[in-house]
Design a protein around this ligand. Structure first.
Ligand SMILES: CC(C)(COP(=O)(O)OP(=O)(O)OC[C@H]1O[C@@H](n2cnc3c(N)ncnc32)[C@H](O)[C@@H]1OP(=O)(O)O)[C@@H](O)C(=O)NCCC(=O)NCCS
Length: 146
């Protein structure tokens, strides 16, 4: 298994995203997201991309993990661990000495034990409320995009 950074194409992203049962956005939206991704990590079995995770963030205080998907045939074989370890090491190497930054995500129900084992804390907790999210849609006359 080989780990590569920033090799992910929109087409490969869509394939892996779809492989875990998620409905992907259009290729143009994916391309834009990848252009603005801090780093994309992809695991390869030979030439085949078998898992990926994206890191987004401000580089200073906050990072976010998105679109973590390992192709079903390769799940529970350590690929996810390889990817999240690489992502965390990338942050450690990128930030300045003495800094501590937050790494956040929204877990699927199934993946929660995986993240707990990797040291992520759940919310709500005694000292903080739940994470929240909201979908924002384009304006009605914004024109069609792919
Ligand atoms: C979550 C995911 C990225 C982890 O990758 P992975 O390669 O399976 O992870 P590892 O092999 O390093 O670790 C496997 C462990 O993660 C846990 N796990 C996480 N997601 C799981 C899932 N969907 N099904 C079963 N186990 C899962 C299990 O505890 C598993 O331990 P086990 O192998 O002893 O049963 C991968 O399972 C996946 O793509 N799942 C579907 C999409 C998803 O839920 N992504 C998370 C988005 S927040």
């Amino acid at each position: 298994m080989e780990l590569k950074i920033n090799t992910l194409t929109s087409e490969t992203f869509r394939k892996l995203y779809t492989s875990v049962g998620w409905e992907p956005p259009g290729i143009g939206q994916i391309r834009k997201a990848l252009e603005n991704t801090a780093a994309a990590f992809t695991a390869y079995d030979g030439e085949e991309a078998v898992g990926t995770v994206r890191l987004i963030g401000d580089g200073g205080m906050s990072f976010y993990t998105k679109d973590f998907a390992v192709s079903p045939a390769y799940q529970s074989k350590g690929v996810g661990t390889l990817l999240i370890d690489a992502l965390e090491n990338y942050i450690r190497k990128t930030i300045s000495p003495g800094w501590a930054v937050s790494l956040e995500l929204i877990s699927t129900k199934e993946a929660a034990p995986f993240y707990q084992r990797k040291g992520f804390e759940e919310r709500p907790c005694d000292w903080d409320g739940p994470g929240m999210f909201k979908m924002i849609r384009s304006l009605p006359n914004a024109g069609e995009k792919d």
